[in-house]
Design a protein around this ligand. Structure first.
Ligand SMILES: [Zn+2]
Length: 316
């Protein structure tokens, strides 16, 4: 151990700094244990340095942070070579003044989201077999609108997008959690669902919701601001008072989504055969009557060919 580090560990100043740190964060460890955590020879001098190093060590000792690092759940959409540890390390290096060790998970992710363009595929999402399989197939589509969305969801602002699994909503939800943090949550029944085209439809639909919240509308920092900006954007573009996101999907994105489902299904049928799946996947409910009954019946008939096809898309 260097003399400098030894002096730092032994000095009263360090002991006091450690005690203050423990007291400040109401930690259930002793000064000696904290000394051991901070380690030998890692610093010289105390006060701020002590707090910063201990804060960082406690941050990396958090179960939720360890889970991200151990499973490499977080990645930089612009730099695939960075590991989750690299990203978190560079984040903590600029956060000495903040109490990153005891922030809530949501506040932490929001804060990390402010420092770059990140995607976090949480452990439930990665363990959700059929869903994660289809997600990766979409991610690997070459030069596709939706695969690009997963790689770079957020052009105008720094954001963390979390891919998760839950029980809310029939198929999935997209929520703004913080200024720089959006969570997509897909219903857990898709972990064992064997309708793989259905899973793909849900993912494409929710990815479009994320896209609305990030690329088309920028400058929001919470749900209320987002809604106000959405209304203004719709009004400017379509000259109408208010349309929800599903209405805009009906107007502009049905063909794109159907074409991508077609691609995932190996181009086995023309795109209009997939329109029924797109329409039933959350759009019809918000805009009944947008298409004539005979049009929808025609889609339905074509859809039956996809469903009864023995070579229908499977992911495993
Ligand atoms: Zn929707």
């Amino acid at each position: 151990m260097s003399t400098c580090a030894w002096q730092a560990v032994q000095s009263d100043v360090c002991q006091t700094a450690a005690a203050n740190f423990i007291n400040k964060y109401k930690l259930s460890i002793s000064v000696a244990e904290l000394d051991a955590l901070v380690g030998e020879g890692k610093f010289c001098g105390c006060e701020g340095t002590y707090n910063c190093k201990a804060n960082k060590l406690l941050f990396f000792a958090r179960e939720d942070v360890k889970e991200i690092i151990d499973n490499n759940l977080l990645y930089d959409s612009n730099n695939a070579n960075l590991s989750s540890f690299d990203i978190l390390q560079s984040y903590t290096n600029s956060q000495c003044d903040e109490n990153i060790a005891s922030m809530t998970y949501d506040d932490l992710m929001d804060d990390i989201g402010a420092s770059g363009d990140f995607i976090l595929e949480d452990i439930y999402f990665k363990d959700c077999k059929n869903l994660y399989c289809v997600y990766n197939d979409i991610k690997n589509l070459p030069n596709n609108y939706y695969s690009k969305l997963i790689k770079d969801l957020h052009e105008d602002k720094t954001l963390l997008i979390e891919m998760s699994v839950g029980t809310h909503g029939e198929s999935g939800t997209v929520q703004i959690i913080g200024d720089n943090y959006i969570r997509m949550s897909i219903n857990q029944h898709d972990c064992i669902n064997t309708d793989f085209i259905g899973i793909a439809q849900t993912l494409l639909h929710e990815l479009k919701h994320i896209d609305f919240k990030t690329t088309l509308i920028s400058g929001w920092s919470n749900n209320d601001e987002y809604r106000a900006m959405w209304r203004a954007w719709v009004n400017k573009k379509y000259g109408i008072e208010y349309y929800n996101e599903h209405h805009i999907m009906v107007l502009e994105y049905m063909k794109l989504e159907a074409n991508t489902l077609r691609l995932i299904d190996g181009n086995q049928f023309p795109y209009d055969h997939y329109l029924y799946i797109v329409w039933k996947g959350g759009l019809e409910i918000d805009w009944q009557g947008a298409f004539s009954e005979s049009t929808v019946d025609d889609w339905k008939e074509k859809n039956e060919k996809i469903q009864s096809n023995p070579n229908k898309y499977k992911c495993n």
